[in-house]
Design a protein. Structure first.
Lengths: 109, 115
């Protein structure tokens, strides 16, 4: 049980921002929120993670709700290379990742 | 600084043969995780190992599948007497102990086809 809820698919246009939502209403206080993405025919790729505060890195930003029951991955300017399945995962003490179905992002030129 | 290396990238086996999949973790990583992705499905956890020890094998099928991570050399996922249903992509990830909460690095996977 992935214990996160994501839309099955989303669509964006190239060079526009993309907001990928994730619901994790039963998250515990010590669980981190991780995002990974999987491009076609490739292994999962780490994108970003956070605990309570919003986070930025060269790939994306992660906005975490104040109650931590949801988060949003933000791609500031989508490119065709960002077309992938994006997974939102709670990571706790067991140190294993439990993948859900993720959100398939389509980027239109 | 090489990432997680998996080989072979593609493996074809006839039903009943054995498949051996190898995973070399990133330098300095002593924990390895194996995942399986069946066609058109999500990734499923199989097993979590540290050198010479299996930490969690709750996702491993009870029969025909085994995994090891010896003191020297890569981690091996072994599938005996393969069947068509074993056809899938197998991914390996590695981490530093206790650092998995900061992110895992995955390999490019081995795509097993059973004919």
């Amino acid at each position: 049980d992935a214990k996160t809820t994501q839309p099955n698919s989303m669509e964006s246009n190239e060079e526009e921002p993309v907001h990928l939502p994730c619901n994790h209403s039963t998250i515990s206080g010590t669980d981190y929120i991780h995002w990974y993405r999987q491009l076609p025919s490739q292994g999962p790729e780490y994108v970003i993670h956070g605990l309570t505060s919003n986070v930025n890195n060269r790939m994306a930003s992660l906005a975490i709700a104040e109650d931590r029951k949801s988060s949003t991955l933000i791609l500031h300017r989508a490119t065709l290379r960002d077309a992938a399945v994006y997974y939102c995962i709670r990571v706790g003490g067991s140190e294993k990742l439990v993948f859900g179905k993720g959100t398939k992002l389509t980027v239109n030129p | 600084n090489a990432g997680v290396m998996q080989n072979p990238r593609h493996l074809v086996r006839r039903r009943g043969q054995e498949a051996r999949l190898r995973c070399s973790p990133m330098k300095g990583h002593s924990h390895v995780y194996w995942y399986r992705q069946l066609p058109e499905e999500g990734l499923k956890f199989m097993v979590y190992l540290q050198k010479e020890n299996i930490i969690d094998e709750s996702g491993m099928p009870k029969e025909r599948f085994s995994a090891e991570f010896p003191k020297e050399g890569p981690s091996i996922l072994r599938i005996q007497q393969v069947v068509r249903g074993d056809s899938a992509a197998y991914f390996c990830a590695s981490s530093v102990p206790g650092q998995g909460i900061y992110g895992y690095t995955f390999g490019s996977g081995t795509r097993l086809t059973v004919v």
